[in-house]
Design a protein around this ligand. Structure first.
Ligand code: SAM
Length: 278
């Protein structure tokens, strides 16, 4: 056992229990936990054991394997990595403003319908960044039927996204003018997204491994820093299903350390982690 020695630990996480947890997590989320995640799993789930008054990880595994939906949700929320930020990988937002939106405006001029999906949206910084880009770069947006679908498996991060309140730290390096334009100060000193942003976004819980209720077509999909935790077969199925919801030429943005090499031939690389549906 690495890190803290066994006698200082409140619980013991045996190899067999770690394997059981790995299988449970993979089955319910698609996330493939490597050996390197053992400490993280211990740290995040020890809290759960304490809260439930359980003495061993084996008891915890039994509980989850019995299929209690609320515990599967708690396990999922504990295991997901939700790191995100406003305008993360900002080249995607520049490309959205400068190339994608002008194209979509032309292509969809007749029906004036625009659909963007933020798949694995975490606490909302990504869909709010998309919303700001739309409001700033797409003149006449009011006369369009424009929606951003923001989905995540983790109910806790979605609730935060829907609330749309962020600390000064989370607002981070966003230009002051942008912050003033799109956020209002709360009494507690946080920043609340304006109704102009919120009205564009629908936050919905969705496990990417399950059936999807949407029919598309999506002009743009952001699926960034999500599949990095999935194995290749899961990634293949996922991008195939995404391609089914897009028309030729539609856009897909993925995370900075991800690529579709040997994963999907239905998208063509056209820029830095930017793809178009073939
Ligand atoms: C690191 S965050 C990425 C957030 C944002 N896309 C970004 O790039 O900043 C990954 C998100 O994927 C979500 N996720 C993991 N497995 C998922 C699944 N099976 N279905 C839906 N979302 C999932 C996690 O809950 C987490 O919020």
């Amino acid at each position: 056992m690495s890190g803290m020695s066994a006698e200082l630990r409140e619980f013991v996480l045996t190899d067999a229990e770690f394997e059981r947890l790995r299988t449970l997590v993979h089955h319910s989320t698609g996330i493939a936990l490597s050996d390197a995640k053992r400490e993280l799993v211990y740290g995040r789930l020890a809290k759960r054991l304490r809260a439930l008054g359980l003495e061993t990880f084996a008891d915890y595994c039994d509980l989850v394997e019995e299929g209690h939906p609320e515990e599967i949700e708690a396990l999922t929320n504990a295991i997901t990595t939700n790191l995100t930020s406003f305008f993360r990988e900002d080249h995607h937002f520049r490309q959205l403003a400068e190339q994608v939106l002008p194209e979509v405006r032309q292509k969809r001029a007749a029906g004036r319908r625009l659909r963007i999906w933020s798949a694995g949206c975490s606490t909302g910084e990504e869909p709010y960044s998309i919303a700001m880009t739309l409001r700033e770069a797409f003149t006449g947006l009011e006369s369009w039927n424009a929606r951003i679908l923001a989905t995540d498996i983790d109910s806790a991060v979605l609730a935060k996204g829907a609330r749309g309140e962020y600390s000064a730290d989370a607002i981070g390096k966003m230009a002051a003018a942008r912050r003033e334009r799109w956020f209002e100060r709360t009494e507690g000193g946080a920043f609340r997204a304006s109704s102009d942003l919120k009205s564009l976004i629908s936050f919905k819980q969705l496990n990417l491994l399950h059936d999807w209720p949407m029919r598309g077509p999506f002009d743009v999909i952001f699926c960034r820093n999500v599949v990095i935790y999935f194995d290749k077969p899961t990634q293949r199925k996922l991008f195939d299903r995404m391609a089914d919801l897009q028309e030729p030429g539609a856009w897909l943005f993925i995370g900075h350390s991800e690529n579709l090499f040997n994963v999907s031939q239905r998208y063509r690389l056209v820029g830095r982690t930017a793809y178009r549906r073939v």
